[in-house]
Each structure stands twice: as C-alpha cells, then as structure tokens.
Design a protein around this ligand. Sequence first.
Ligand SMILES: [Fe+2]
Length: 202
Amino acid sequence: MEMNHLQELLIEDLKDLYNAEQQLLKAMPKMVKKASHPDLKEAFEMHLKETQGQVKRLEQVFDALGAKAKGKTCHAMKGLIEEATELMGEDAEPDVLDAGLIGAAQKVEHYEIASYGTARTYARLLGNEQAARLLQQTLDEEGNTDKKLTALAESSINIEAADMDDEDVAMQQSPRRSSGGSSRSGSSRSGSRSSSKSRSRR
Ligand SMILES: [Fe+2]
C-alpha cells in the first residue's frame, strides 16, 4: 500500500482503532462478569457503554476525513485481549483476579491513549479540527478510565488481593504480621471508599 501523505497514515491508524474498539466490545462483557468488586464491575460496565460511543465517534472521524469507516485487525489489541483471556482462565482468588483485571484493562487503556493521542495530533497537523476534536474527546474518556482504574487499584482492590496472599502464606512462613487475628475480617470491601462516581473527572 502506498502511504505518501499523513492523511493516509491517519486513516490506517483509525482502521486499527476501529477494529481495536470492536474487539474490546466483544471482550469486555466477560471482564464485567469476571470482576468481583462492585466498583470494578461498575467501572467496566461504564467503559463498555463508553466504548460503544467511541465506535460511533470513530465513524464520525472517518466521515470528517472523507473516508469510509473500515477496520483492520489490530494485532496489539488481539494480544492484549488474549492475555486477559488467559488470566480469566486461571483459578484465581476473586480479589487477586480483580487486581489482574485492572492491570489488563490498564494495558488496553494505555494502548488506546497512545493511539488516540497520535491520531489526534495527525488530525491537528492536517488542519482537520473536527476530527481532532472528536479524537480528543475519546482520548479524554480513555484517560479518565485509566485514572479511575488506578484509583480502584490504589484504594482497596490490590490491598485486598495482598491480604489474601498473606493468609495463604501465613502457615508456611513466619510472617511478621501473624498476630491480631484474621486480616480479612471487617474488610473495607464495600464501605469505606466513596463511590467512583464522585471522582470520575478531575
Ligand atoms: Fe476505547
């Protein structure tokens, strides 16, 4: 294929993204199902809805560039989803799986952030403000999702996953924190954290 102009490169990148988002639409319901923590389930559900809008928005971008909306296999997303699927096939404790799912989702987000950022910049360089604005909108959504996932990981989910680990190894090793009863009773799972809704935009 000939690619002599930045516009052609942009359209190739958009085909990659269009396919990547569609792969995600298929993969995310399983992630919603596999997530245990209600906040994580909610975050995945919300991003699934957002992704439907992002596919539509990409169609508007193709339109703004006078190109036909078309996908081309995104091998990177395929690989990332394969890894997430592998993870979901593991016999993991729910908290540990949640931590793994956050990691897998953030790899996806970072791929998308890089790709949308690049596409937005190309559109801007080409002087197509409409395309640039649409791509920026999705870029903002992906960025917010990434931040929300970081907040979830740092709040309770990874901590609970680590707790679980302590319990599992407590019998085999001589941990410093073996006294004081079960570290899991009275877990802060649902209570102590404010809802993710209140922090969706910063
Ligand atoms: Fe997306």
